[in-house]
Design a protein around this ligand. Sequence first.
Ligand SMILES: NC(=O)c1ccc[n+]([C@@H]2O[C@H](COP(=O)([O-])OP(=O)(O)OC[C@H]3O[C@@H](n4cnc5c(N)ncnc54)[C@H](OP(=O)(O)O)[C@@H]3O)[C@@H](O)[C@H]2O)c1
Length: 264
Amino acid sequence: MSGSFTIGVIGGGGWLGGALASSLLDSGVLQPQDLSLSYRSQKPPRDLGAFWTKDSQQLCDRSDVVIVCVRPADWPTLAVDCRGKLVISVMAGIRLDQLARHHKTDRVVRALPNAAAEVGKSYTPWIASNGASEVDRTVTRRIFAACGLEDEVSRESDIDYLTGLTGAGPAFPALLAAAMIKDAARHGISPSMARRAVNAVLIGTGRMLERRGDCPDDIVSSFLDYRGTTAAAIEAMRASGFDQAVAEGLSAAFLKSVSMGDAS
Ligand SMILES: NC(=O)c1ccc[n+]([C@@H]2O[C@H](COP(=O)([O-])OP(=O)(O)OC[C@H]3O[C@@H](n4cnc5c(N)ncnc54)[C@H](OP(=O)(O)O)[C@@H]3O)[C@@H](O)[C@H]2O)c1
């Protein structure tokens, strides 16, 4: 594989597959003629100018790199021979050794983007097998840098942990926001205003973190030091088990990730 390469996304009509495909094209990493996408039941209306097929083996034969983006439960019956190809899985739970065996290649990468790939703001940790080359690693970096930030990790267990922390990540601020909106409604704030207000808080915090490069803990400390209404809220939330609830949620995601691999 040299400077230019072809990519196939199995499950390219799905949520994450579609987001990855759009990012690759929008960032210019790939031209539409170098992209193949496969679907199972229905081809989505937005075809991106790429090659679409129901036959994932045909997709693989046309591609240097195959990204597997189906749900883990659908993967055991996905019989695609990827001999000689680089296979990148974004599936939660499925391990490198399972991928290599199943797709008949020792060049495999296990990655875990998140739903913010849709807006080019994913965080994607990944790990490559011993059989993957330096070029394979460079290609992997380019693919995931097209939809946000990426980091290569050295232990596969880190991917299982990060599956909860960042793979599920966008769900957690959304969970907090949903609880805030519910509370606002209980206090008589109209649903549309509550939603607008809480969304603005989320977006504003994200932009602030991005621009200032602060650690969130520094922001929390500043509010605690101020000893105002925000400190009162933070202390009450913590006394009610906020930190513990987050730790238990992340632990549940970690255990689920490990068990998904064991089941496949
Ligand atoms: N969404 C996220 O935030 C996120 C984050 C990190 C990792 N992931 C991982 O990404 C993978 C996909 O998740 P998703 O949220 O994008 O799910 P999804 O929206 O359900 O997309 C999966 C797609 O795969 C297609 N598919 C299933 N079997 C196929 C086959 N044999 N050939 C071709 N296409 C096939 C499905 O088609 P049908 O619609 O016809 O069934 C569907 O379009 C999962 O393994 C998940 O663990 C997702």
